[in-house]
Write a protein that binds this ligand. Sequence first.
Ligand code: NAP
Ligand code: F7E
Length: 345
Amino acid sequence: MSKRALITGVTGQDGSYLAEHLIGLGYEVWGLSRGQANPRKDRIAQLIPGLRFVDGDLMDQGSLVSAVDAVQPDEVYNLGAISFVPMSWQQAELVTEVNGTGVLRVLEAIRLVSGLNKPSAGGDTSGQIRFYQASSSEMFGKVVEAPQSESTSFHPRSPYGVAKAYGHYITLNYRESYGMYGVSGILFNHESPRRGAEFVTRKISLAVAQIKLGLQDRLSLGNLDAVRDWGFAGDYVRAMHLMLQQDSPGDYVVGTGRMHSVRDAARIAFECVGLDWEEHVVVDPGLVRPAEVETLCADSSNARQELGWEPEVDFAELMRMMVESDLNQAQLVRDYGAMLSGARW
Ligand code: NAP
Ligand code: F7E
């Protein structure tokens, strides 16, 4: 019988790639969808025809118990979150509720549906629902060492990072308290053509496409010196799945080990279409964060050695993939607009 997976955050970037990956492996995949007439649910349903849906919200404990009970999953991937870091200063309590307490709610749903009533450390995890938590390199924040591994201490710099640290530790605590098979993937930034338009790589690739077509002239960015370890989302969802296939649960850092600045990202993206980034990028101090994570770089030795995981797409390829995708889209929209304006009704 095929394995069954439940994914929260299925309408997001990672959820869509993970659902495709698991369906490709023969899983029956269920996505948690929230809200009334959620347009992102319709889009993902069109993109991934085999995907099934169950209603629920990370803010609503009862809905999560019902969802886990209805699906009876072998594996639960908790990818749902408010993932844009700047929003966590504007709505700190909401972000803490969804990204922090939301993790506890999913763990409680699994515990209740599985009948894990009493704390019992070191139990037999065979036959249990396995749980993956989407932890983040933002937990390292003001880094105490470089590169960052599973043993590097956390110093989060945003309410988002603090909430993720809570989610990370509560997952570890349920593993230690109830003997649950729960793991956290500490993933570094990962991008794709499906990345939200608010994140810097996609903001750049969308602007490059518009500028190339003469539809826009300027791109405003914040801190050009910020350095990230950027990888491809399609590579990172393979690591999530592998983490739940191990004999015993463990946490893993996932990244490429390569660093690039925001300035590099802009330069490479503009070069893809033969333009000079310096002629178009302007710095807007309003986009600089109150407390910045200056630099991140992953030491993924454990994931490479124990999971056999390797990234396949490098940064230049990733930026090219995103720019080409956005340019194709922008050209289609422009040509469609031209066709409509030339049409006689
Ligand atoms: P994303 O594209 O922003 O997707 C976020 C998902 O969370 C969406 O499906 C959204 O659903 C869902 N969500 C938001 N609030 C919810 C709620 N109250 N209840 C249930 N679902 C809710 O994020 P992503 O890039 O795919 O990231 C996936 C996860 O990995 C997130 O937890 C993120 O924090 C974490 N992470 C991401 C990265 C990265 O670089 N991408 C790195 C490390 C960790 P709606 O469509 O209904 O809004
Ligand atoms: O910013 C700088 C900005 O918003 C990257 C999320 O997936 O990864 C992501 O968080 C860097 C920061 O991602 C602009 O200050 C400069 O230093 O693309 P971002 P993020 O904040 O690193 C982590 C691992 C997650 O877990 C999160 O969910 O780029 N930057 N100028 C800018 N950033 C944005 N968004 N926009 C700018 O104009």
